[in-house]
Design a protein around this ligand. Structure first.
Ligand SMILES: *[C@@H]1O[C@H](CO)[C@@H](O)[C@H](O)[C@H]1NC(C)=O
Ligand SMILES: *[C@@H]1O[C@H](CO)[C@@H](O)[C@H](O)[C@H]1NC(C)=O
Ligand SMILES: *[C@@H]1O[C@H](CO)[C@@H](O)[C@H](O)[C@H]1NC(C)=O
Ligand SMILES: *[C@@H]1O[C@H](CO)[C@@H](O)[C@H](O)[C@H]1NC(C)=O
Ligand SMILES: *[C@@H]1O[C@H](CO)[C@@H](O)[C@H](O)[C@H]1NC(C)=O
Ligand SMILES: *[C@@H]1O[C@H](CO)[C@@H](O)[C@H](O)[C@H]1NC(C)=O
Ligand SMILES: *[C@@H]1O[C@H](CO)[C@@H](O)[C@H](O)[C@H]1NC(C)=O
Ligand SMILES: *[C@@H]1O[C@H](CO)[C@@H](O)[C@H](O)[C@H]1NC(C)=O
Length: 471
């Protein structure tokens, strides 16, 4: 083994720090989302300041030391230990606060092995400090977060995501150790055959009294066995999905038809008023009731992660940088005999790592050469796309032009598109070309009209080459 270890060491020494790519899983997506630093182990004695800067995207740390005069509003630059880091920091040491600026560049190639991506980010944050004559210490324990703005591959400041409902309410953590819920609405429809409950449905709404999170639960009942109701948030139209979603599970037992159980954490008997509304139907409604539960687990999560951007599957932006591709569907050409020109239609949607929306946009254009013997009448010309119907707008080209070679069934597309999924205030523009063979075209002629189309529902992907981006 020894020779191979020596070999690795030599290789590491030969690589310059800036080209040392991070193959760590998640490097690319984390760099586009959770890029920020945690400042920890802050110490200051005399004019020496030291701290640890942890890059949350690359999971690397640098030991930083600075020569900083007190009460100065001049940025004083720091040095970073070792040669392995391309992190630059500077500091201002004021009476009650140390201001820290960080610049860092790094490379990720976990999603693009043959085409490493360069990232550069900057950020600044104050670290509250308490100073005596000679030393300063952080005013609170725990790390300080420096949020960053990316400047490469393009300017981007990933948007924070709302944490779960109520997570920032006063007393959330302490109160959650004695959870309690208010059931504020209960409605049951029971199938009651000669005094025997044979089924029905239940609709129950409850509120976590600590976080104020409200859930609506619904389910069907079969006999008197306990039933699990599906619960969902009574949301008020948030702009983006919150992280760490709250999951409510409600088990309802109509056996005594007055028992509500929050799975594993609490049970309550609900006062209900029931009345027959037909020969075999009993309707019950409940008054609000509160019950307390029991905490079943509590565990720490990484600092500052509640408000981090979503740990997104390759989204519009990331897919467009890493492996842009379009999904084509519903391709058809029509032509009439005696004319070499006809019309062309196709559906298109940007492929992302996320599930397809199922709503492609459609482009349609007439007056283009679409028959196989139309070569001399202008194959080779580019035609601007005309939008016929918009599906998922955010995954639709903002502009495009195409060229169709009917003889070769080859479609070329040059498209512009825009992504604003990571930072709504700074959309990123992309442009790129592709050439694709239209698969499985079936032609039929009725009267003098020829229609050639792909099978209904058939779709195919085409990779974009030569992609360019910028804000
Ligand atoms: C970050 O690095 C530390 C060691 O440097 C390792 O223990 C930890 O698992 C890493 N975390 C992630 C998310 O990769
Ligand atoms: C810094 O400013 C504070 C408050 O203005 C003062 O008490 C302290 O003596 C100053 N320290 C130095 C080293 O100038
Ligand atoms: C950094 O690299 C330079 C030469 O490239 C070398 O002289 C120096 O000793 C290195 N420093 C450390 C801390 O490795
Ligand atoms: C950090 O980067 C920004 C933008 O590239 C630059 O203006 C600034 O001077 C840099 N700061 C340091 C401490 O290198
Ligand atoms: C079912 O109906 C009977 C009358 O047929 C009534 O006495 C009984 O209370 C009802 N049961 C429930 C659970 O409502
Ligand atoms: C060529 O086009 C003409 C008129 O568009 C059509 O009548 C003829 O059948 C076509 N020939 C072939 C071989 O497709
Ligand atoms: C398209 O053609 C290919 C190859 O001829 C075939 O494997 C595939 O099943 C066809 N797809 C459809 C939807 O007809
Ligand atoms: C398209 O790109 C994907 C991902 O980069 C790759 O796996 C696939 O082979 C490419 N397809 C073609 C036809 O080049």
């Amino acid at each position: 083994m020894a020779p191979s270890i020596a070999c690795v060491a030599t290789l590491a020494a030969l690589l310059s720090p800036l080209t040392f790519a991070q193959v760590t899983a998640g490097c690319t997506t984390d760099s586009f989302t959770v890029t920020s630093w945690l400042i920890d182990d802050f110490e200051s004695s005399g004019t020496i300041v030291q701290f640890q800067a942890h890059n949350r995207a690359t999971n690397t740390s640098a030991q930083v030391s600075c020569q900083a005069s007190r009460n100065s509003t001049v940025w004083q630059s720091c040095t970073t230990a070792g040669n392995a880091s391309s992190l630059l920091a500077s500091i201002q040491l004021e009476a009650t606060v140390a201001r820290i600026r960080v610049n860092e560049t790094w490379v990720c190639n976990d999603l693009t092995p043959s085409r490493p991506l360069n990232f550069a980010a900057q950020g600044e944050a104050p670290v509250p400090i308490t100073c005596n004559a000679d030393t300063c210490t952080p005013s609170s324990t725990g790390p300080v977060l420096i949020k960053s703005v990316l400047s490469a591959p393009f300017p981007l400041s990933p948007s924070a995501v709302p944490g779960p409902s109520g997570h920032d309410k006063n007393g959330c953590a302490a109160g959650s150790r004695t959870p309690s819920w208010e059931v504020f609405s209960t409605q049951l429809n029971l199938r009651n055959v000669s005094g025997r409950i044979e089924g029905g449905n239940a609709f129950i709404q409850l509120r976590n009294t600590i976080t104020d999170y409200r859930a609506s639960c619904f389910g069907t009942l079969s006999g008197t066995a306990p039933a699990t109701l599906q619960c969902s948030a009574q949301s008020s139209g948030r702009p983006r999905a919150p992280k760490y979603n709250i999951n409510t599970v409600l088990t309802f037992s109509p056996g005594s038809f007055v028992l509500v159980e929050i799975f594993g954490v609490g049970t309550a008997r609900l006062p209900l008023e029931c009345s027959a509304v037909g020969e075999t139907t009993t309707y019950c409604a409940g008054d609000p009731a509160t019950f307390t539960g029991r905490l079943i687990s509590e565990k720490p999560i990484p600092p500052f992660s509640l408000g981090d951007p979503l740990p997104t599957a390759p989204s519009c932006t990331i897919s467009s940088v890493v492996a842009p591709s379009w999904r084509f569907s519903d391709f058809e050409t029509t032509s009439t005999s005696g004319s070499s020109l006809g019309s062309i239609r196709f559906g298109i949607e940007l492929n992302t790592g996320a599930a397809l929306t199922g709503y492609p946009s459609t482009f349609f254009r007439s007056g283009v050469p679409v028959s196989a013997n139309a070569t001399e009448s202008g194959t080779g010309a580019w035609y601007p796309c005309v939008l016929e119907s918009v599906g998922e707008q955010s995954l639709t080209p903002t502009a495009c032009a195409f060229r169709y070679d009917a003889a070769a069934q080859s479609l070329a597309l040059s498209a512009d598109w825009r992504c604003s999924d990571l930072d709504a205030s700074r959309p990123v523009s992309f442009t790129g070309d592709l050439r694709t063979a239209v698969p499985n075209l079936t032609c039929s002629t009725t009267a003098d009209r020829t229609r050639c189309a792909t099978a209904p529902g058939q779709a195919w992907a085409a990779n974009v080459t030569d992609v360019y981006w910028g804000n």
